[in-house]
Design a protein around this ligand. Structure first.
Ligand code: FES
Ligand code: MG
Length: 580
């Protein structure tokens, strides 16, 4: 038909299969893209950068991504690439029910299939609210293009009556105070009006901040981008720089699998210990590793995190907010401080190693980021993995968020099969419960609920709250919010709904928790367990239609990251067949 200018590089980009095609398929692709107002000369073989945008008004945390994408585009264009932005589904924690976790894998499928099916040579992932960055990384890993993350960034800091308040974290506190009459409805409404002051993710070290830091620690985001505020002009600059850099990544052929290795996962785990990151990190990291074909187990996570002290003093465990973290220099300062225990040679999207990235970083002693010699908490306070007859495949506890005196505990179980049942009981001033009681919430795991909601931080029963009890041991197959705190054993695997031992605990059974020795034990012998198992067969989950049916039939347990069994691994980015 007609001759087009060829790609300047010897290896044509993947998009050339669409845009350089000399037949009908090329005509159709170019002709329709020109409807965007693109001039003919952009079809000269330059790399096409997909911008996967999880902007949504149903997800206020990501709502500024609508405009942040424009800054990525500036960078892509300046570096000689062609940016094409596309929407994906978005998962907003505050609104989605029953839980965003039910849909993380669906979003990952959306990202994966959109990338593979289209003329995309490299991708910038715009995500933020808890599950969005994990879902994007899972999908992108299964395609394995050059990949760069630009996090949404934390929302503006907030204060109530002069005291800084943190997203999530202080909601748990204030709603408890309201429940026992220490706060009025009017005061609570006042807090509601001032807590979320702008677009952006929760400004505590909750799951969103944790996963932005994880992306940076894995080497998939430009250094420093995790901490910069959503409303800060420097985020726009970072977005533009990311746009420039991703074009180079495409030219260098630096695909995600060259960045995301066992070494980079080790770095992410150690960094997570240093920042006091969310327990949800564990599930998401296992899932991303599963997509990347990298061997990673719960035991690796425990071992790698256990010798790293907590350096970052942020809520929920500490005092400060993400703005302070940014002011302290953000993640590069932390990575510089723990460099001796990091895989310093791990390659990152800058094209440089971790060691090279942080070589010139200075710490200026801001109290939000402490030093190895003067940590917030000593090593051994990261997320620990527990095992025992109650969790044969593991369970996790965030030690830094727990009460030290409860880390070794023996007490009678009080079991609940639903959150609703618990709420009724917890409000009863006559409830038979003591400070040593171990609250158990089951049927809240990946398949049982379904979707493994963040309900593990059960509020303290009113009766105990009135006695001044502020923490007690809680055990569940659910998750908890990254902004929550307490002595809470989460992600028990296998979950009760698939016949895990949690299903057979009865009120009054003695539970032994021993975090130092990584033990979670029910003082019930094997014969008794077997007897209960016979008596109480696991009900089969009713078949459901649609996504929930697919999810329930294929979801993996917590120790494997709660991905769907058929989504592990990847299918690469080979160009699919032409339909014309
Ligand atoms: Fe979206 Fe916290 S609710 S980041
Ligand atoms: Mg959260």
């Amino acid at each position: 038909m007609f001759q087009r200018k060829q790609s300047p590089s010897s290896e044509p980009f993947r998009s050339a299969a669409w845009l350089q095609d000399q037949g009908k398929a090329g005509f159709i692709a170019r002709s329709h893209l020109r409807a965007l107002g693109l001039p003919d000369e952009v079809f000269d073989g330059r790399p096409v950068v997909g911008i996967a945008n999880s902007f949504s008004e149903l997800n206020p945390c990501n709502s500024q991504l609508r405009t942040l994408a424009e800054h990525v585009k500036r960078g892509v264009i300046a570096a000689g690439g062609l940016p094409l932005e596309f929407p994906t589904i978005s998962l907003g924690e505050p609104l989605m029910r029953p839980t965003t976790m039910l849909f993380r894998n669906l979003m990952a499928m959306d990202v994966e299939e959109t990338l593979r099916a289209n003329p995309v040579d490299a991708v910038v992932l715009l995500g933020g609210c808890d599950k969005t960055i994990p879902a994007q990384l899972m999908g992108a890993a299964s395609v394995d293009l050059p990949t760069l993350v630009v996090p949404a960034g934390p929302m503006m800091s907030s204060s109530y009556r002069g005291e800084p308040i943190g997203s999530g974290t202080d909601i748990w506190r204030f709603t408890e105070e309201f429940r026992v009459g220490r706060m009025t409805g009017g005061q609570l409404a006042e807090v509601e009006g001032c807590m979320s002051r702008s677009a952006g993710t929760c400004m505590t070290m909750g799951t969103a901040s944790t996963m932005a830091c994880a992306a940076e620690a894995l080497g998939l985001a430009l250094p420093g981008t995790a901490a910069i505020g959503a409303m800060d002009a420097r985020r726009q600059v970072a977005a533009e720089r990311s746009g420039r850099r991703v074009v180079e990544l495409a030219r260098e052929g630096l695909t995600m699998s060259r960045i995301v290795t066992r070494d980079s996962f080790e770095n992410a785990v150690r960094v997570n210990a240093a920042i006091g990151g969310s327990t949800n990190f564990v599930l998401h990291l296992l899932a991303i590793a599963g997509r990347s074909g990298v061997e990673l187990s719960l035991d690796d996570i425990d071992a790698w995190g256990s010798d790293v002290p907590l350096l970052v003093d942020l809520k929920p465990s500490g005092r400060f907010l993400m703005d302070d973290f940014a002011a302290a220099g953000g993640l590069p300062v932390v990575m510089r401080e723990i460099l001796p225990v990091l895989r310093a040679d791990a390659l990152t999207v800058t094209g440089h190693t971790v060691a090279e990235n942080v070589a010139a970083v200075e710490s200026f002693g801001h109290p939000a980021v402490r030093t190895i010699d003067d940590p917030v908490q000593a090593a051994g306070n990261a997320t620990a993995v527990l095992r025992g007859n109650l969790a044969p495949d593991g369970a996790v506890i965030k030690v830094s968020a727990a009460t030290p005196a409860l880390l070794r505990h023996r007490g009678p179980a009080l079991v609940f099969d639903s959150l609703e049942q618990y709420h009724v009981a917890a409000a009863d001033p006559e409830l038979e419960v003591g400070a040593d009681t171990v609250l158990i919430l089951r049927q809240a795991g990946p398949r049982g609920y379904p979707g493994m909601p963040e309900v593990g931080n059960l509020p303290i029963p009113v009766r105990l709250l009135e006695q001044g009890v502020t923490d007690m041991v809680r055990i569940t197959d659910a998750r908890m919010s990254g902004t929550a705190y307490g002595t809470i054993v989460l992600h028990v695997a296998p979950e009760s709904a698939v016949g895990g031992p949690l299903a057979f605990v009865r009120d009054g059974d003695l539970v032994e928790l021993d975090v130092v020795n990584r033990k979670l034990h029910l003082v019930v012998d094997d014969a008794e367990f077997d007897r209960r198992r016979q008596e109480q067969p696991v009900p089969r989950t009713a078949t459901e239609r649609g996504w929930v049916g697919l999810y329930r039939n294929h979801v993996l347990q917590a120790d494997e990251g709660v991905d769907l069994d058929f989504l592990r691994g990847g299918s690469g980015h080979a160009v699919p067949a032409v339909p014309f």
